[in-house]
Design a binder for this molecule. Structure first.
Ligand code: HEC
Length: 125
């Protein structure tokens, strides 16, 4: 019994020593400190337009967003079930009920603008 306890103590000691010596070093090497962009999206233009929820809902339907995304808070359900969405995209398109709170408004505006510009060119072709 005494032998097992000694072995346990030695293992614990070396585990702690390795953790204490190596972990901070490995962390410093593998996750170097990077100055944050503060998520201000300074490369995107300032917003000049005000939102229009009714028009947004219309674009959401007409622009095809509803094909992949639901907005359950507004009673909008996508036709795609999670299993086929995951099989098609390798990831589930998120429910966008809280998108306004989650994403920066400049980021969201630019995402919608670039998506609808692309959609327009697809439709024109
Ligand atoms: C063909 C399916 C599809 C359509 C159509 C689609 N999306 Fe998405 N969208 C996705 C997927 C999949 C993700 C998740 C991407 C990820 O997590 O990597 C996503 C993510 C997002 C996100 C989260 C931000 C991000 O970059 O992960 C927002 C916001 C979004 N979509 C908005 C829209 C809007 C607005 C439209 C319509 C103009 C739209 N989507 C149309 C599949 C789609």
């Amino acid at each position: 019994m005494k032998k097992e306890l000694t072995v346990l103590a030695v293992v614990v000691f070396f585990s702690l020593l390795t953790y204490w010596l190596v972990e901070p070093f490995a962390h410093g090497q593998m996750h170097k400190h990077v100055e944050s962009e503060h998520f201000a999206y300074n490369d995107l233009p300032a917003l000049t337009k005000t939102g229009d929820a009714a028009k947004g809902a219309e674009t959401f339907m007409a622009g095809g967003c509803i094909g992949c995304h639901s907005v359950k808070s507004q009673g909008m359900e996508t036709g795609m079930d999670p299993v086929s969405a995951a099989a098609s995209f390798g990831v589930n398109p998120p429910d966008l009920s809280n998108a306004g709170a989650l994403y920066d408004e400049k980021f969201l505006a630019d995402l919608i603008r670039s998506f609808t510009v692309q959609a327009e060119t697809w439709i024109r072709k």
